[in-house]
Design a protein around this ligand. Sequence first.
Ligand code: UDX
Ligand code: ADP
Length: 458
Amino acid sequence: MTFKKRILCIGAGYVGGPTMAVIADKCPDVRVELVDINAERIAAWNSDDLPIYEPGLDEVVKRNRGKNLFFTTETDKGITESDIIFVSVNTPTKTFGQGAGLAADLQYWEKTARQILRASTSDKIVVEKSTLPVRTAEAMDRILNSNGSGPHFEVLSNPEFLAEGTAIEDLLDPDRVLIGGMNTDTGQKALDSLEDVYAAWVPRDRIIRTNVWSSELAKLVANAFLAQRVSSINAVSALCERTSADVNEVAHAIGRDSRIGSKFLKSSVGFGGSCFKKDILNLVYICRQHGLPEVADYWEQVVRMNEYQQDRFVGRMISEMFNTVAGKRIAVFGFAFKADTGDTRESPAIRVCRHLLEERAEVCITDPKALKNARYDLGQDTPGVTYEPDPYKAAEGAHAVAIMTEWSDFKSLDYKRIHDTMAKPAFIFDGRNILDHDKLFDLGFNVYPIGKAARTHH
Ligand code: UDX
Ligand code: ADP
């Protein structure tokens, strides 16, 4: 079959994989290829056991794989043969040198740009899909178009707003698609070409066109605003616990104001995920670089509040359990940074478990999808940690259960059975406010929700 367009995506991760699978599904006349330097990951994409878990992803991949959706490690060939190249490689926070701990590490991005330059024999549209600091596209444009008379490269920014766990849903029915391009004839033509891809299933009035820098900045700011809402309600939760106000009631009451809105106001043990912290710190770094320390400090506080919330959670566990958890078994229910994903990047459970281990607790972790990643994060043979797929077994002999992820599986467990096998007094610390606290109290638990008065028997 001859295809109308050929798309290549460099980086077959959480963003590139699902996004390209949906493009292939919705655009049967477009050939979509994903490449990755990680051969194991590519092999997994070509197998029955995909490298990431997302509801609905299996069906979309299996429906299109081998027809117009391909996974390979042949990056150079893919570059040469494509018209549009999405770059979706990782952009972690720098761990060394200038900007360490804050700025984005762009080495993978720059290597990719140079590889595109080397392998290209015709004009290309290069699309930034990874979240990048503002004005990265400009740097990319300079690297790519440094060859004078060679092929022309048009750099676009097209940040992805999908959330993990709902990636396929978000891709199929996005609030908006954002694409930024240069304000030149070739820039606008490239925007038209990318817009046409999305228009196969997204109404055109939901496709926003901006200049490249607005698009790059909008992605960082969207994540900063979302994380800020979580930190704001979590700050309020601390006050609720002191005053016997109920954070859910407060959130409900303020969320009914249409200017505030009801979404993203769930108080929790803290936000995690690969994006929020990284993007905010990136924003903080950019503000400092531009001589705006007050603006930088303002946004940095969102991350500090998130760390405070996690530390406060562990602190409360220790103080309520008679000021010591040493030698006590703690069943940690959930390790993923949110439900419906196996992803544990920046999960609050990591910080909470490390803290508990420092206090010499015996931590037993259970999670329906994230045990493999949990082992990777905390170590397979780390003293004091065990991994147990069955929550009932995890809770056997435990002094406390700590809910870290809002998996629906945890809501329907038989907590009487759990209580019966636990050490007494039995404690539950519900870091996601998902359980029926009155019922647990009646079963004999001492219950500690987030942002609500504790229910205790002593
Ligand atoms: C986020 C953005 O939502 C998405 O648009 C962007 O593309 C990537 O970053 P993601 O990290 O997948 O997506 O998950 P999200 O649903 O936003 O949750 C992030 C964290 O905030 C999770 O740990 C979640 O549990 C927490 N959260 C979210 C709360 O604690 N309370 C809330 O009300 C909402
Ligand atoms: P994201 O959540 O942004 O998708 P991931 O870490 O899940 O991030 O995915 C990024 C992918 O990019 C990884 O699978 C990584 O192996 C891949 N990658 C990084 N550098 C390159 C490169 N130069 N060429 C191809 N793939 C790359």
